[in-house]
Ligand binder design. Sequence first.
Ligand code: FAD
Length: 222
Amino acid sequence: MNIFIVYYHPEPKSFNGALRDTAVTTLESQGYTVRVSDLHAQDFSPISGRHNFTTVQNENYFKQQLEEIHATESGGFSEGIETELKNLEWCDLMIWQFPLWWFGLPAPLKGWVDRVFAMGRTYGNGKFYQDGVFKGKRAMLSLTTGGPEAAYLPDGFNGDIMGILRPIHRGMLAFVGFDVLPPHIAYGPAHLDDSERTQLLADYEQRLLKLETEQSLTIGTY
Ligand SMILES: Cc1cc2nc3c(=O)[nH]c(=O)nc-3n(C[C@H](O)[C@H](O)[C@H](O)COP(=O)(O)OP(=O)(O)OC[C@H]3O[C@@H](n4cnc5c(N)ncnc54)[C@H](O)[C@@H]3O)c2cc1C
């Protein structure tokens, strides 16, 4: 199995960094091939624009999706975007590793989606959801929060975590055809002691060892 981890955290020694390292070690020990895009290390810009492309469809008016279709037809994605697209196309499973920021993806990861999930190449022309370009591939969110699990229950302080994650699960991953696995959530690592955090890493390792047989979520339930 080919596994592509898209990782963002501005501190390499963070708990997100530890979860990323746990995933790489565990998955490689199973014989899987793992590639990581470390968006902070790459200094990946979240800002979209003409620099996404080497080609120009309309030099007078920049409309991103039309430029994306044109670049798809003429091999016109910039080198950095093309590398990410090739990783997407290569993988059987994609994992996004990130801290929850403002109930969503940190800007570099959101910008990665804005720039890499290009019309023509990753969706469009009838290719969406169950008929999507990435049909047959799976994706999983692995995230951390500041708040405890109780805050993310349906009647909790922040409300149901699955509702918070829906724009990502459905609007991004399922939209382009991925089957979505249940998210892996490490709640409030900064408020735990070292042994509790070590346990969270062990829990993640155990989850990753069973990935091959995991059931995807049913679309419509998330
Ligand atoms: C802009 C912004 C918006 C935010 N929005 C939200 C929000 O909407 N909802 C919410 O709940 N939270 C929010 N937060 C909080 C954020 O989600 C958490 O701070 C983050 O998820 C915690 O993960 P971390 O990797 O940053 O932890 P860290 O603080 O990096 O790590 C926690 C602890 O783990 C230790 N550690 C590292 N590696 C290991 C290891 N191998 N073994 C044991 N311990 C280790 C670290 O040393 C540290 O003491 C926000 C934060 C920011 C900056």
